[in-house]
Design a protein around this ligand. Structure first.
Ligand code: 4GO
Length: 245
């Protein structure tokens, strides 16, 4: 999977990709990353990439010529890859989209804006606008990096041999159950007995119940509309226990 960033700040991308799992994935060649800087395609004397908005108003707008030339260069580096503009007005990015892109695409091109955004005409070269949530940032780099991270977790090998992105929260449709490691007692708080007795059936049941409980309390919108028999029983128990508290 190749990620190409159209960005005025390639150092920000390089810095974020130089650690932990992404670094390992890049070093192993499982994922690739490249940056294309619109400033390198600016033809005027000062290499300017922005200009004042027509019609007046505050701030600066990114000029179309250097951005579109940078998108063309990015397309040459990742043929067939969708061109994604990071924008608070785009469709909200979700786990399912991360999974789909990892499965179906060989590359992704992220177009990262700054200042007051792009000249509207660049969107002729963009396949879709994507947002990571309902808030405005100073640039599209952080959202694009988050998407690269979420997609990379689904690229085989990036998480390592044993871990699997399909098994974790959101992909399973529920929030994560609580995890514990040593020590058994920390500051008076004990690891639940069931996790220490080696009964794998009971452990699986306890984890399912905790995942349902976390989802009920924090993201009830994510609960299955028609739970199976076991989930229905666990949810009934959880509701009764919460009422007793
Ligand atoms: C994306 C880009 C927020 C998001 C952005 C988001 N802010 N919620 N800012 O995904 C053009 C100028 C957009 C700065 C960019």
């Amino acid at each position: 999977m190749k990620f190409v960033f159209v960005t005025l700040f390639p150092e920000q991308i390089q810095a974020a990709a130089g650690h932990s799992m992404l670094k390992r994935g890049l070093d192993a060649g499982l994922i690739e990353m490249e940056c294309v800087n619109p400033r390198d395609f600016s033809m005027d004397r000062h290499h300017s990439v922005d200009d004042a908005p027509f019609g007046g108003g505050v701030g600066m707008v990114l000029k179309p010529e250097p951005v579109v030339e940078a998108i063309r260069a990015a397309k040459a580096k990742a043929p067939g890859a969708p061109v994604i503009a990071m924008s608070p007005g785009g469709v909200t990015f979700r786990q399912e989209l991360a999974e789909t892109w990892a499965r179906e695409e060989t590359g992704l091109i992220f177009v990262c804006g700054h200042y007051e955004g792009f000249d509207e005409r660049i969107y002729h070269w963009v396949d879709r606008k994507v947002s990571i949530g309902d808030f405005v940032l100073t640039g599209g780099e952080l959202p694009a990096l988050m998407i690269m991270d979420a997609v990379s977790r689904f690229v085989p090998g990036v998480l390592g041999k044993l871990a699997s992105a399909e098994e974790d929260s959101f992909s399973s449709g529920l929030l994560e159950y609580p995890q514990y490691t040593r020590p058994v007692v920390f500051e008076g708080m004990e690891v639940p007995e069931v996790l220490r007795n080696g009964n794998h059936k009971l452990i699986a049941l306890w984890r399912r119940k905790q995942a349902l409980k976390a989802t009920l309390l924090l993201r009830p919108d994510m609960l299955p509309a028609e739970p199976d028999k076991q989930d229905a029983k666990l949810l009934k128990e959880i509701r009764e226990e919460l009422e007793a508290d």
